[in-house]
Design a protein around this ligand. Structure first.
Ligand code: AMP
Ligand code: MN
Ligand code: MN
Length: 317
C-alpha cells in the first residue's frame, strides 16, 4: 500500500527520522542529483545523519554541484540500516538501483513529479505539475523550516534548469519561474550554472558527429530518430542532449534516440510535440512525461527500433 502524503506530512516524516538514505535514480540526470543534494543538505542542517546513494556512475558534467563527491554506491551484499529511505525523482522501482535491497528500513518515501509514477514506495509525495523534483524540493526545504544557503539553492536551480531545458520546455510554469527567481536571492549564479551545464567535452562532440549521420525520418518527417549502436556507445560520454537534434527539426512531432548500452539492451529516449510519449514508454515498462519519456528494451538496437517505431507510428496515425 502506498500512502499519498501532503507536503506537511512529507516534512513531518523526514523530521521524524534520524538516519536517512537519499537515493538518486540510475542514469542520473540534473534533477535527481540536484534535488537529492539539496534535500540532503537541508536535512544535515537539521542534525540528521544523511547518506547519498546512486547505483550508477555520475556524469562529469555534474561535478560542479556542491556536495556531489559525497555520493556513494552500495555493494550488492552490503546492509545499511536507516530510519527512512528517500527516493528522489524516480517513478518506478527499477530506476532505484540496489538501495531497495541494501537499505534496511521500515519506510520508503518517494518524492517525484512523473505522472507515470507506479506508487512503488510506502509513502509518496507526487506533484505531476511540478517541472522538476527540484521544484518540489524548494517548497519542501521551506516546509522543513530550513533556511537555504547558496549551495542548496544552486542544487535546486540546477535541477530546475535541467528538467526544463533551461526554462524553455512547456513544463515551465509561473511557479517554476518564481522558484528560480526566489533562488537568486540566495546567491545563485545563473551564468555559472548555465556554463557548467552546457560545456561539452571533445569526445562528446566527436560522438555527436557520428550519431547525427544516423538521422532517419519516418512518416513524412513527422518522426525522426538517431542511433547509438553498441560499437559507438561509450559509457563515459554524456549523450543526454543528443535527442534534442531530431527534436528541433521542422515538422518533427516525435523524436527518438536509440542507444544500445549493452549487448541486447537498448535505452530509448522520446521527445514529442503531439503524442503522449509517457503512455508509449509506460507500455515498455518505462515512463516519464507527456512530452519527454524513456524506457529500456531488452533487445538489440535493430529489434528495439522496430518494436518502438511501430507503436510511435500507430500513435501518429
Ligand atoms: P530521458 O530521455 O532519459 O532524458 O528521459 C526523459 C524522461 O523520461 C525523464 O523524465 C525520465 O525520468 C523519464 N524516463 C527515462 N527513462 C525512463 C525509464 N526507463 N523509466 C521511467 N522513466 C524514464
Ligand atoms: Mn530524472
Ligand atoms: Mn525530474
Amino acid at each position: 500500500m502506498c500512502k499519498i502524503l501532503t507536503m506537511e506530512e512529507t516534512a513531518a516524516l523526514l523530521k521524524g527520522a534520524r538516519k536517512l538514505v537519499l537515493v538518486s535514480h540510475i542514469s542520473p540526470d540534473g534533477d535527481t542529483l540536484g534535488s537529492t543534494l539539496a534535500l540532503g543538505r537541508a536535512l544535515q542542517s537539521l542534525g540528521k545523519e544523511v547518506i547519498l546513494n546512486v547505483d550508477d556512475d555520475i556524469p562529469d558534467v555534474f561535478r560542479f554541484l556542491p556536495g556531489i563527491d559525497a555520493y556513494r554506491r552500495f555493494a550488492a551484499d552490503e546492509q545499511v540500516p536507516a530510519d527512512l529511505l528517500v527516493v528522489m525523482d524516480a517513478s518506478s522501482a527499477d530506476r532505484v538501483g540496489n538501495a531497495l535491497q541494501v537499505v534496511r528500513t521500515g519506510t520508503v518515501l518517494n518524492i517525484d513529479h512523473h505522472k507515470t509514477n507506479t506508487r512503488f514506495a510506502d509513502a509518496l509525495y507526487l506533484d505531476d505539475k511540478a517541472a522538476a523534483t527540484a521544484e518540489i524540493t524548494f517548497d519542501l526545504v521551506r516546509a522543513l523550516g530550513v533556511s537555504l544557503d547558496k549551495e542548496t539553492a544552486t542544487c535546486i536551480y540546477e535541477g530546475l534548469y535541467a528538467d526544463t531545458g533551461s526554462f524553455k520546455y512547456s513544463n515551465t510554469t509561473a511557479h517554476t519561474l518564481r522558484t528560480a527567481a526566489d533562488l537568486l536571492a540566495y546567491g545563485v549564479d545563473p551564468g555559472y550554472i548555465s556554463d557548467s551545464m552546457e560545456v561539452k567535452d571533445r569526445p562528446q562532440i566527436e560522438l555527436l558527429g557520428k550519431v547525427l549521420e544516423t538521422l532517419t525520418f519516418r512518416k513524412d518527417g513527422r518522426i525522426a530518430y538517431v542511433e547509438i549502436p553498441l560499437s559507438l556507445y561509450d559509457h563515459n560520454v554524456n549523450t543526454d542532449s543528443f535527442v534534442s537534434y531530431p527534436r528541433y527539426i521542422k515538422g518533427v512531432e516525435v523524436a527518438l534516440l536509440f542507444k544500445e548500452v549493452e549487448a541486447g539492451l537498448t535505452r530509448v529516449s522520446f521527445r514529442s510535440q503531439t503524442a503522449d510519449v509517457a503512455k508509449i514508454a509506460l507500455g515498455f515498462q518505462g515512463g516519464g512525461h507527456q512530452k519527454a519519456a524513456g524506457c529500456s528494451i531488452h533487445a538489440p538496437l535493430a529489434e528495439a527500433k522496430k518494436i518502438v517505431l511501430n507503436v510511435v507510428e500507430a500513435a501518429l496515425a
